[in-house]
Design a protein. Structure first.
Length: 408
């Protein structure tokens, strides 16, 4: 309490001193003005004496305190008027909070600047990352386009290569077909020549020999009768020609009596000569021996009968002959038999025979060759390369045949 009271008294004394100082300063200032007013002329004269011009102002010195006599402050700013042992002036006390506030503001500004700088750095990093990703996308897109272009070029080259290979293969097939057609043409001519030779041999072999002959058994007579009805069948004709034999003509001698029986006298056999007989030509396709009678079509429409589809291609059994002529005949018959089938049936046969199918002509040749190899083996010579020359003695008498002879 005492300290508060002393401080209040001290403050009152200081306020009173300030007021007295102000009043004294006002008085002195007024006194000085009066002095200046009265001594105006004297100062003007002194200024003239010192050399100042009329328009120039006099140079003033630093402020001087009238209370303590020190230079540098005025009397109202003198510390002696507030009393010794007092606190700092009010102006100084008023300035301290402002400094603290300024420090806080400066610290806040520094913190905010640091956060702003960090934010800017983050934004720069994000922008750089976005730019990098954008550039990466562009490079990736360019790489994909280059890969697509390379793949397209590769496909184009592959297609061109396949096209060239296919064209080469087609050209080879065309040349092969031409060669096969020429070979088949030569084979057909060779087969025609063989058939003519076979026909000539059959015609000679079926001709009867004059003179006495060995008696034939009834079975052989029946066989000859059946063979006459099937003269066009090459297999039976070849088998029958193989069985024919020519016996030597025996010498005539006196008949020996048999028991009490008289000798048998018979007239000599005389066979009349027949006119010129045209040889029978072998047809490429077997024909009917009996003409098919045509049926009259009725006016009524009937429901067509249902037919069961054929199961597979029937396999025709062809007899195998011995020798080169038999091989040629076997090949001809197989070619004639296969020429009647269509493409689908030939494909089935090729699948069963394990033969590659390209077209009808090549498939037929391949099948015939395989069957000939299976029947005769690889040691036999091929018909296409075989040149058979059969030179038989012919005369005018040989061209004529007996009317009872078999004609193939």
């Amino acid at each position: 309490m005492m300290a508060n009271r002393d401080s209040r008294d001290h403050a009152r004394d200081g306020e009173r001193g300030r007021q007295e100082g102000r009043s004294e300063g006002w008085r002195d200032e007024r006194r000085g003005r009066n002095k200046d007013f009265y001594n105006h002329d004297d100062r003007r004269e002194t200024s003239r004496e010192r050399g100042y011009a009329s328009g120039e102002q006099r140079r003033r010195g630093p402020p001087t305190c009238y209370e303590c006599g020190q230079v540098g402050h005025y009397r109202n700013q003198c510390s002696k008027l507030a009393g010794e042992g007092t606190s700092r002036p009010s102006g100084v006390r008023d300035k301290l909070p402002d400094r603290e506030q300024l420090k806080k503001q400066v610290e806040e500004l520094g913190t905010s600047l640091a956060s702003v700088q960090e934010h800017l750095e983050q934004e720069n990093r994000r922008r750089q990352e976005r730019e990098r990703q954008k550039q990466e996308k562009i490079r990736k897109k360019l790489r994909e386009e280059e890969a697509k272009a390379a793949q397209a070029e590769k496909e184009r080259k592959k297609i061109a290569k396949l096209r060239a290979t296919e064209e080469t293969r087609m050209q080879m097939r065309k040349e092969m077909r031409m060669e096969v057609a020429m070979a088949v043409g030569g084979l057909s001519e060779h087969i025609v020549g063989l058939t003519e030779e076979i026909q000539h041999v059959r015609r000679i072999s079926t001709r009867k020999v004059r003179g006495k002959q060995r008696a034939l058994s009834p079975t052989s007579l029946n066989a000859s009768a059946s063979s006459e009805g099937e003269a066009s069948d090459v297999d039976e004709i070849s088998a029958r020609t193989g069985k024919l034999q020519i016996s030597k003509k025996r010498k005539r001698s006196s008949e020996k009596p048999v028991g009490n029986n008289p000798p048998v006298m018979q007239q000599a056999k005389r066979t009349p000569r027949a006119a010129h007989v045209k040889p029978v030509r072998l047809a490429g396709k077997l024909q009917r021996s009996v003409k098919k009678s045509g049926k009259k079509k009725s006016g009524k429409k009937k429901t067509p009968a249902r037919y069961t589809p054929r199961r597979g291609t029937p396999k025709t059994k062809i007899a195998v002959k011995i020798g080169t002529v038999g091989r040629a005949q076997y090949i001809c018959e197989n070619i004639w038999a296969l020429s009647e089938f269509g493409a689908d049936e030939l494909k089935d046969i090729c699948r069963k025979e394990d033969v590659e199918y390209e077209n009808k002509v090549l498939a037929t040749i391949n099948i015939v060759e395989k069957r000939a190899i299976e029947a005769y083996g690889k040691d036999e010579e091929d018909v296409t390369d075989d040149t058979v020359e059969m030179v038989l003695p012919t005369s005018d008498d040989d061209e004529e045949a007996e009317p009872g002879a078999d004609v193939a």
